[in-house]
Write a protein that binds this ligand. Structure first.
Ligand SMILES: [Zn+2]
Length: 310
């Protein structure tokens, strides 16, 4: 801001109401107290450090390296910090982690992320999947009325060299109506509190659904399923109660049992993923995790960083 403008701005301060003053103080305060990534890493273990090797709580502090607190396990003798054993443990340039988290929050492309953080594109790429590895596994547990539905993503070998590629096998999936071998099935379960669990399926079978999301659904849930043979089989195989949508609905029943939320989730997921102009199939789980982070409506880069380190 130019000097003269700033003087004018200062002169206007006396016109602020008490509420506006409070808001201004809060905004200025937030910037000043922005935590360093190292502090956020240390926060994670501040209350209850656990040894990543033997899960013991019996640990003591063991010096500080690059602002990160180290601990030593009394049980197994190993030393560690809050990131040891996590996908982010050996990443360098921690001072850029909040800026990188902000790029994730803004769904930035790799080139823009690299530019914003002052890192090269390869690093931006490597970091993206390190940052998103834990979120891709941290799927929520669904309970109560839980809507389950499938969606599909076009298979993509983006970023992969195509030499030596095996001729694609057209398996059972190709014969299923409406599904070609190039469509990758993704199953999403979402309960009425917004807990979401998703998975990329290797094949479109009830067994695969069970392997990937079976343990994430409460046995007491009631599944809402839209006439999907494999999802109905999954429910039956796992002894889960279910309601099928769109068949012989009793009046008023469809107000409770429907798949509108999971369908809306699919649209948000698809619209959001479209901005990346095709996602490599092997990276799809990272993107599912990334989308779930967006759904948490995290408020700051600090919150994003805390979440990816969980
Ligand atoms: Zn230990």
């Amino acid at each position: 801001m130019r000097e003269q403008k700033f003087t004018e701005f200062l002169a206007q301060l006396k016109e602020l109401t008490e509420v506006q003053r409070t808001e201004l103080r809060e905004r200025l305060g937030k910037k000043q107290h922005k935590k360093s990534p190292a502090l956020i890493v240390n926060e994670k273990f501040a209350s209850k450090p656990v040894c990543p090797n033997c899960q013991s709580n019996s640990v003591h502090k063991w010096g500080v390296v690059s602002d990160i607190q180290r601990y030593r396990c009394k049980q197994c003798g190993r030393s560690f910090n809050a990131l040891s054993g996590t996908p982010m443990s050996r990443l360098r340039k921690k001072e850029l982690w909040l800026e990188y988290s902000k790029a994730l929050a803004d769904s930035m492309s790799l080139s823009k992320t690299a530019e914003r953080c002052g890192i090269d594109r390869t690093t931006a790429f490597r970091w993206r999947h390190r940052f998103l590895q834990t979120p891709s596994h941290n799927r929520a547990f669904c309970s109560g009325i839980t809507e389950v539905d499938e969606t599909y993503f076009r298979e993509s070998f983006k970023g992969k060299k195509l030499f030596h590629r095996e001729p694609r096998k057209r398996g059972k999936d190709a014969s299923v109506r409406g599904l070609s071998a190039e469509q990758i099935p993704v199953v999403v379960a979402r309960d009425r509190e917004g807990h979401t669990c998703d998975a990329v399926l290797r094949s479109r079978t009830a067994k695969e659904v069970g392997i990937h999301i079976g343990s994430q659904i409460s046995p007491a849930s009631v599944l809402c399923i839209e006439q999907s043979r494999i999802l109905i089989k999954f429910a039956k195989d796992n002894g889960l109660a279910f309601e099928t949508i769109g068949t012989k609905q009793r009046r008023g029943r469809e107000k409770v049992f429907h798949v509108q939320n999971v369908n809306a989730y699919h649209s948000r997921l698809k619209n959001w993923i479209a901005r990346f102009h095709g996602v490599a199939t092997e990276r799809l789980p990272s993107y599912l995790g990334w989308r779930r982070l967006h759904e948490l409506a995290l408020r700051s880069p600090e919150d994003w960083l805390r979440e990816v380190m969980k």
